[in-house]
Design a protein around this ligand. Structure first.
Ligand SMILES: [Zn+2]
Length: 363
């Protein structure tokens, strides 16, 4: 019994055999192809007159689809390669690809100097334009405000260009610097090591890059002034998904990392990281490097923040050029009104004195 191209056995009278059967396919493809089996084909009833062209195309398309590797899911994407970076981008995003690759090349050396760790030798950057692509490549659920994500196991990062805003904390160059820190810290992780707390990893990434994912949120100063900061212990394993709290978590983590560099020394960060590499436990590494636990560090940071000054700073930062001009207008109005009142009083006084003189001169 002949077997069809779809792998199902059919008798000579089966309807599907009229469209596609092994013997019919051989006839269609020519006598040369079927030369070795001529006797076989002659011995079978001739039920196939012709093969449907669409049904020939379908298996070819299936074969092409099966032959496509994982990288082919980026059909239509172009690539840009530099010494240590390979960027995948859409044809219109060549400029972003150049900015991203050159930022990575520059940041590699800075990470070596400032954190004393080595970034992965080769990094892939996927520049996408939809959240769907971002999630597809990240292979995990992400909050809607996520701008970029690092995939340490794959030495790659994905940037959602629809959220990139040039010359802001969401600039493409800052975003790739942020993710490069994650990839570089990811290189340290080995079996048996405790993870690096989220507040430290994100804090170092923001401190190094300036990129925060979000451009809207309550100010850290306001949170300090109102005493509503987040305890570091609750930022160890994950960050809030709420955009306002997430921005506060990023800002606060950066502030704590900055506090470490100022309270202890600029070399504290590479020291903590190298001790973590040696000991395999972050809490022990922190204690060994700067002599305090995470809880003690949190209370040191809390007590270093002045609630009063944070409130004043928050108010001052709300002053834009327009609000400054508005205040000037109010002051000018008050001055003009005061001057007008003085003139009016002066005129009234002069008038009164004149009337008094006139009264005195009358007989
Ligand atoms: Zn991050």
């Amino acid at each position: 019994m002949p077997r069809s191209a779809f792998g199902n056995a059919h008798g000579p009278d089966a309807p599907v055999a009229r469209h596609l059967s092994w013997s019919g396919l051989k006839r269609c493809l020519g006598a040369r192809f079927a030369r070795g089996n001529v006797a076989e084909s002659r011995s079978r009833p001739r039920v196939i007159k012709k093969v449907s062209v669409p049904l020939l195309i379908v298996p070819l398309l299936v074969a092409v689809a099966l032959a496509r590797g994982p990288g082919d899911e980026f059909a239509g994407f172009e690539t840009l390669r530099t010494e240590h970076t390979l960027a995948y981008h859409l044809p219109g995003d060549r400029g972003f690809a150049k900015a991203a690759t050159s930022a990575v090349e520059r940041a590699r050396e800075e990470i070596r100097q400032q954190l004393e760790i080595n970034p992965p030798l080769t990094i892939k950057i996927y520049l996408v334009r939809t959240r769907w692509r971002l999630l597809q490549l990240a292979r995990s659920s992400l909050p809607p405000w996520v701008l970029a994500v690092a995939i340490p196991g794959n030495q790659s990062m994905v940037v959602d260009l629809s959220k990139v805003v040039p010359l802001t904390p969401n600039d493409i160059a800052l975003a790739v610097r942020h993710e490069l820190v994650h990839l570089s810290l990811g290189e340290l992780k080995r079996e048996g090591m405790t993870g690096i707390p989220k507040w430290f990893e994100e804090g170092v990434a923001v401190w190094f890059s300036g990129c925060r994912h979000l451009v809207y949120a309550p100010d850290l100063d306001m949170a300090i002034a109102q005493n509503v900061t987040i305890p570091l212990a609750s930022l160890s394993d994950s960050f809030p998904t709420n955009p306002f709290l997430a921005r506060l978590a990023y800002d606060q983590s950066e502030s704590v990392v900055n506090f470490i560099t100022q309270r202890y020394s600029a070399q504290s960060l590479p020291l903590i990281i190298s001790r973590y590499e040696e000991l395999g436990d972050f809490q022990s590494a922190l204690k060994s490097a700067i002599g305090v636990s995470a809880e003690e560090l949190d209370s040191q940071w809390q007590s270093s923040q002045s609630r009063w000054w944070s409130g004043v700073r928050w108010v001052l930062r709300r002053f834009s050029l327009f609000s400054f001009l508005a205040v000037l207008c109010v002051i000018a109005f008050l001055l003009v009104r005061r001057r007008g009142r003085k003139k009016k009083l002066k005129w009234e006084k002069e008038e009164w004195l004149e009337q008094l003189d006139n009264c005195g001169s009358q007989p």
